[in-house]
Design a protein around this ligand. Structure first.
Ligand code: KIV
Length: 278
C-alpha cells in the first residue's frame, strides 16, 4: 500500500519532517524507495536533467507519463507525485481535468503537482472535487521562466511577500494536500508553514518548512558544472561514473576485459565436433 495524502498530512501534525526527492526512472526509484523516502516527485525538471532542455517549458504530458510509469513500476510503498507540465492545465479547466486524469490513469501516480498560487485556485478546486489530489507549487515557478526572466528568489519586497502568503492560503483553501515553496526567503516560508494546516515542502526556502524536496541529480552530484546554491551534494557521481567508464575503456583497449571470468565456454565435445565440422 502506498503512502496516502492523509498520511502525508498526518506527518505535519506529528511534527515529522518530510523528505521528498525527484526520480525519473525505474532503477533510481527502486533505490530511492529503499532509502526511506516517503514521496517521489516525477518533476518536469526531467526536461533539463534527463532530456537536456534549457527550461521545463518544452516538457510534454507524454514525457511525464513515460517517466512516471517507470517510477511507479520501481516502487511499492512510496507516494508518487507527477508534475503537470507547462500548458497542460493553464489554458482551460476542461483540458486541465482531462490531462490530470490522463496522467494519473496512465502512469499510476497518486497525485499531481500544479504550479501557481491564487490564480490556480479554481483549477485546483475542480481537480480535488473530482478526486485528483493536488500538490501546489508557489514561489519560483520554473514553468514561468520566460515571464520571470530567470530563476530568482521570489518574495523579496513587502508586496511580493504578502502575495506569497495569500497564494499559500488560497492553495490550501482550494483543497491542495501540500504545497511546494520554491526559492523564497526562509522568514516567509516560516510564516506560511505556521499559517497552513497542510505540509509545506521547501526547495531553497530554508529550514522552517515541514518537508524538503530536491532534484536528485543535484543531490548526487551528477553534473560537474552545475550545483545550485540551495542544494547539498551528498555524492560526486559525475566523478565516480566518469572514472568507472574510463577504467572500462582502458580495460577494453588493454585487453583486460573481458577475461575468462566474464566469458562462457562450450562443452569440450561440442567444441571438438564444431572444429571438425568447419
Ligand atoms: O520539477 C521539479 O523537479 C520540481 C521541484 C524543483 C520542486 O518542481
Amino acid at each position: 500500500m502506498r503512502l496516502t495524502i492523509n498520511e502525508i498530512q498526518a506527518l505535519k501534525t506529528q511534527n515529522i519532517p518530510i523528505p521528498m526527492i525527484t526520480a525519473y526512472d525505474y532503477t533510481t526509484a527502486k533505490i530511492v524507495e529503499s532509502s526511506g523516502i516517503p514521496i517521489i516527485l516525477v518533476g518536469d525538471s526531467l526536461g533539463q536533467v534527463v532530456l537536456g532542455y534549457n527550461t521545463t517549458v518544452p516538457v510534454t504530458i507524454e514525457q511525464i507519463i513515460h517517466h512516471a510509469t517507470a517510477v511507479v513500476r520501481g516502487t511499492k510503498t512510496t507516494h508518487i507525485v507527477a508534475d503537470m507540465p507547462f500548458m497542460s492545465f493553464q489554458s482551460d479547466l476542461k483540458s486541465a481535468v482531462a490531462n490530470a486524469g490522463q496522467i494519473l490513469k496512465q502512469s499510476g501516480a497518486q497525485s499531481v503537482k500544479i504550479e501557481g498560487g491564487s490564480h490556480m485556485a479554481t483549477t485546483i478546486k475542480t481537480l480535488v472535487e473530482i478526486g485528483i489530489p493536488v500538490m501546489g507549487h508557489i514561489g519560483l515557478t520554473p514553468q514561468s521562466f520566460n515571464q520571470l526572466g530567470g530563476y530568482k528568489i521570489q518574495g523579496k519586497s513587502l508586496v511580493e511577500a504578502q502575495q506569497l502568503i495569500e497564494d499559500a492560503i488560497s492553495v490550501q483553501e482550494s483543497g491542495a494536500y501540500a504545497v511546494v515553496l520554491e526559492l523564497i526567503p526562509s522568514e516567509i516560508a516560516k510564516v506560511i508553514t505556521n499559517k497552513l494546516n497542510i505540509p509545506t515542502i521547501g526547495i531553497g526556502s530554508g529550514e522552517y518548512c515541514d518537508g524538503q524536496v530536491q532534484v536528485i541529480n543535484d543531490v548526487l552530484g551528477m553534473d560537474a558544472n552545475f550545483q545550485p546554491r540551495h542544494s547539498k551534494q551528498y555524492a560526486d557521481l559525475s566523478s565516480i561514473i566518469g572514472e568507472a567508464i574510463k577504467n572500462y575503456v582502458n580495460d577494453v583497449h588493454d585487453g583486460k576485459f573481458p577475461t575468462k571470468a566474464e566469458s562462457f565456454t562450450l562443452p569440450k565435445d561440442v567444441y571438438d565436433d564444431l572444429i571438425n565440422s568447419i
